[in-house]
Design a protein around this ligand. Structure first.
Ligand code: GTP
Ligand code: MG
Length: 551
């Protein structure tokens, strides 16, 4: 396929419009592979390949095939055009089993004949028949094929006809007075090939057998049937291979088409168009909406819920509060609070950058998603697929849906590792809390000193020795000031810090929420949004490429 696209690009660089179409068809089928029915895609691929190959072969030769029912006179017409009895004409039906080729102008035809797969013993070089000469120039460049019939019981015959009809540049359908209205030729060949009407001729042979007064009405009847097949404008010629009547006109018509050098290209263009139209029918032409921000936000929200973000955020807030209080509280009561477990440790979400490298690997113990949360995830994923695929044809809507859920089996693990790899920003107690902690210990120390001092004074250990006077501050003895001041200030400071700790806890919870949601949003992008967008991109490629192939 790549070589085909490259080949088509080479043709494009030569300014070939057909090269551009082939490249577009190849691109469309590449993007549709695995998404649309294989048969339609294979058909487009094969067409692009065949057309590119034919374009790469001789442009000096035009393949003209005589096709029709058995006994219609294909071989006789072939001989009449060649001016020599090359093909056997028999009374036994069917006569011709293998296609015979007569080539006007040998140069460069070898590869073409090889591609047509015509055995050398069935090839005749018209130029080598030296005794002839008159009509040589007119059909220069023609590779005339006498095909087997398409309507006998010999299956191999119509297989050969179908194969060669696909490779032929100009098709000459030979009808006869008895069978010209047979459904076989109209339904199997003429009507389906309506798109190829520019590269077709119709011949009513055996006219010598039709009474002169009935000829015109028979020709009119043929015309009517051919028009009904969609072949409006295709010439209908009357010939008799036996008497030679109309053969010159047929030769002239073929020669005129071949000289115009448009036949091959028209044929190939029609092929590309047909294949592109079939692919387009399967793929549809409607546009699609982009994924809306709201839809993605709702999806992220559902993921955050399933990942337990609210639980973690709550834990961050209470852990910060507990740790802050422990640091800034009155040391005596703070020590008691150490007996309470740390909510983040309980969730196995250890704190901060250092610990995340360990916890990143293991599973957290954030409670797994409840069935309600899981159902919400499913519903939001479905809503994402539905939002963009509503206008798409069924195979594409189906492939968008498949893509949207393709990575969900790993979702639990991915959410969990996103959670544990996120720095929750709670590893350090704030700087001010560090100062407060020191201050609290200083105050506690002061209170202890005051306590011991007061105890000593009360115990009166001087035993009659004159007691040294106790210093005082503003009339209050220093030990009492130290004891009461230390305790009261410590408690007051602890109380004050509770407010500060609470506001720090709230702001850390908010920032943890932001960080977690940004990690979750990456997971949502990777697991759902990107796979869905990849399908839409493939769809756009197919649609745009087909529009280019059909323009
Ligand atoms: N009267 C008359 N007989 C013809 C004409 N063309 C062909 N015939 C005869 O019709 C018979 C069949 O002719 P062929 O040329 O073998 O027909 P064909 O289409 O090649 O048949 P198959 O090879 O069997 O598919 C032969 O007996 C021919 O002589 C014609 O224009 N007029
Ligand atoms: Mg024949």
């Amino acid at each position: 396929m790549t070589s085909l696209v490259d080949g088509a690009k080479r043709l494009m660089s030569r300014g070939s419009d057909l090269g551009d179409r082939i490249e577009a068809l190849g691109r469309a089928s590449e993007a549709a592979r695995g998404r649309l029915d294989d048969r339609v895609v294979d058909d487009a691929d094969a067409t692009a390949e065949r057309v590119a190959t034919r374009l790469g072969l001789t442009a000096e030769h035009t393949v003209v095939a005589l096709a029709g029912a058995t006994g219609s006179g294909k071989s006789s017409t072939f001989n009449a055009l060649a001016g020599v009895e090359l093909a056997s004409v028999g009374v036994r039906r069917p006569t011709t089993s293998w296609a015979t080729a007569c080539v006007w102008g040998r140069e460069g035809a070898t590869e073409l004949l090889e591609w047509l797969d015509i055995a050398p013993r069935h090839q005749v070089m018209r130029d080598s028949l030296l005794d002839l000469g008159k009509e040589d120039r007119a059909l220069q460049g023609v590779v005339l094929l006498d095909l087997p019939d398409h309507d006998s019981t010999e299956v191999s015959h119509h297989l050969e006809v179908d194969r060669l009809i696909e490779l032929t540049d100009l098709m000459v359908w030979v009808l006869d007075p008895q069978k010209y209205a047979d459904a076989v030729v109209h339904d199997r060949y003429l009507a389906p090939l309506a798109s190829h009407r520019d590269v077709m001729l119709i011949v009513l042979n055996h006219v010598d057998e039709v009474p002169a007064d009935r000829r015109q009405s028979m020709l009119d009847d043929v015309r009517r049937l051919v028009d009904a097949d969609g072949l409006v404008g295709v010439p209908v010629l009357a010939t008799s291979a036996r008497t030679g009547e109309g053969i010159d006109a047929l030769r002239d018509e073929i020669a005129r088409r071949v000289r115009a050098k448009k036949v091959t290209r028209s044929r190939l263009e029609a092929d590309v168009r047909d294949a592109a139209a079939r692919l387009q029918e399967a793929t549809g032409t409607s546009g699609h909406p982009e994924l809306s921000k709201e839809r993605i936000a709702a999806l992220e929200d559902a993921f955050a819920g399933a990942a337990g973000v609210p639980t973690v955020v709550e834990a961050v807030e209470s852990a910060t509060r507990i740790r802050g209080r422990r640091a800034t509280g009155w040391p005596v009561t703070a020590w008691i609070s150490r007996l309470r477990p740390d909510p983040l440790k309980r969730l196995h979400l250890d704190l901060g950058k250092d610990s995340s490298s360990f916890t990143g690997r293991g599973r957290t113990s954030v409670p797994s998603a409840t069935s309600v949360e899981r159902a919400r995830v499913d519903a939001e994923v479905r809503a994402v697929a539905d939002e963009v695929s509503a206008p798409l044809a069924r195979p594409w809507a189906e492939s968008v849906r498949r893509a949207s859920v393709s990575r969900l089996p790993d979702l639990g693990d991915r959410l969990d590792s996103a959670l544990s790899a996120t720095d929750l920003g709670v590893e350090r107690v704030p700087v001010w809390a560090g100062f407060v902690r020191v201050l609290q210990w200083v105050l506690l120390l002061a209170a202890t000193v005051g306590l011991v001092w007061s105890a000593v004074l009360l115990a009166d250990p001087w035993f009659g020795v004159t007691r040294p006077s106790t210093p005082d501050v503003g009339g209050f003895p220093v030990p009492v000031v130290l004891l009461l001041g230390g305790v009261l200030l410590g408690l007051l400071l602890a109380l004050l810090c509770r407010f500060l700790v609470s506001s720090t806890a709230r702001s850390r919870a908010r920032s943890a929420d932001r960080r977690l949601r940004s990690a979750i949003s990456q997971v949502a992008d990777e697991m759902v949004v990107r796979p869905v967008r990849a399908e839409l991109a493939a769809y756009d490629t197919v649609r745009e490429s087909l529009a280019r192939a059909l323009k």
